[in-house]
Design a protein around this ligand. Structure first.
Ligand code: ATP
Ligand code: MG
Length: 330
């Protein structure tokens, strides 16, 4: 079986964007691939989070993955920092990355504009740590949202260069873009993506929001004054985003949605989208409520995941260390 690897940061409760763009597909992929999914707590260090909150969010993120249907019997699920290979490999990858190429990363530009008071070195070298995450497991495919394609390209560049300089070690990972994956935009600013670290709660749907909250947020989603449900991301980003969400959940095409709401106002449309989302998320919310209370179960699963992840990653890391001339400890 081919290897799939992907991660998600414990920067808050997953959004509808994380779910429709990533985690929902991760669940489906478990049937056909060897899947490795991790909570990227080291990556989350690039923004300031209260330590107690980081711990809690990490535990929650792990439980959320399971609540979304990621099955630890089928997939390897672990917390990134529980496998020390990531930090070690990250440093080696830092030293294989050029200042110039890192400077071109749009996520760095976006995030440093968003947090001008904390433009730390980790934020800058984030793609190198991510390259290490992927290469450690010799992943064949990396399912990432459109916001991460540049980082994946970077990973391939670093791997190619490494293989060229030190001899073939890394498999070149490919992006994997699930057919049913969707890029979900902010409900308040439909030209920027929905992010779980967004501080405006009205802009995002958390996958733990209850039905009432979900309906309310959709009701106040930004649209336009045309009052016509039509897919046109350039001229009608708000409505098109809602259509994307509705389509991702119901499987209906844009044409089908346009005719379903022909002659109806945005009120009806928003209510239908909200209801579809609420129905989809209800079982996840219920699973999570149950899982998060069973702390010893979560800890046990984390431990099993960490052991297996370390075993796999260590093989690549040892090879890498030999190749670059780090003397192995006897
Ligand atoms: P943060 O704001 O902390 O960066 P995030 O919402 O961007 O959080 P990540 O943990 O960075 O979430 O990304 C997890 C996965 O979700 C990645 O595969 C990413 O491509 C995907 N993803 C993130 N936001 C969206 C979105 N709005 N639509 C679709 N996929 C998304
Ligand atoms: Mg992100």
């Amino acid at each position: 079986k081919k290897i799939i690897l992907s991660g998600i940061q414990p920067t808050g409760v997953f959004t509808l964007g994380n779910y429709l763009g990533a985690v929902r597909s991760w669940k489906k992929m478990q049937e056909d691939y060897n899947c490795y999914y991790f909570i990227a707590d080291l990556h989350s260090m690039t923004i300031h989070i209260d330590p107690q909150k980081r711990r809690q969010q990490t535990r929650e993120a792990f439980a959320l993955l399971l609540a979304c249907g990621i099955d630890t019997e089928k997939s390897l699920v672990f917390v990134q920092s529980h496998n020390k290979c990531h930090a070690e490999m990250g440093w080696i990858m830092d030293c294989c990355s050029q200042f110039g190429e890192l400077s071109r990363m749009t996520q760095f530009k976006d995030k440093s504009a968003k947090h001008p008071d904390n433009i730390n070195a980790g934020l800058f070298t984030y793609p190198a740590l991510m390259a290490g995450d992927i290469l450690l497991y010799q992943a064949d495919y990396v399912p990432v949202g459109a916001d991460q394609t540049q980082h994946l390209e970077f990973t391939r560049d670093v791997a190619t260069r490494f293989n060229h300089t030190y001899g073939e070690v890394f498999k070149l990972p490919e992006g994997y873009f699930p057919k049913a994956g969707a890029r979900v935009m902010s409900l308040q600013d439909p030209t920027s993506k929905m992010s779980k670290s967004d501080t405006n709660p009205k802009a995002t749907i958390s996958i733990l929001d209850d039905e009432k909250t979900i309906l309310k947020k959709f009701k106040s989603a930004v649209t336009d004054s045309e009052a016509c449900v039509r897919f046109d991301p350039d001229k009608k980003p708000g409505v098109s985003n809602l259509m994307t969400i509705y389509s991702a959940i119901t499987g209906k095409t844009m044409e089908e949605i346009e005719s379903e709401f022909a002659g109806k106002g945005y009120g009806d449309f928003k209510a239908a989208v909200g209801q579809a989302v609420a129905d989809e998320l209800r079982p996840i919310r219920e699973n999570f409520a149950r899982l998060i209370q069973d702390r010893s179960y979560l800890e046990e699963e984390m431990k099993k995941g960490a052991e297996r992840a370390t075993y796999i990653a260590n093989k690549t890391l040892t090879k890498v260390k030999k190749r670059v001339g780090l003397l192995l400890a006897k």
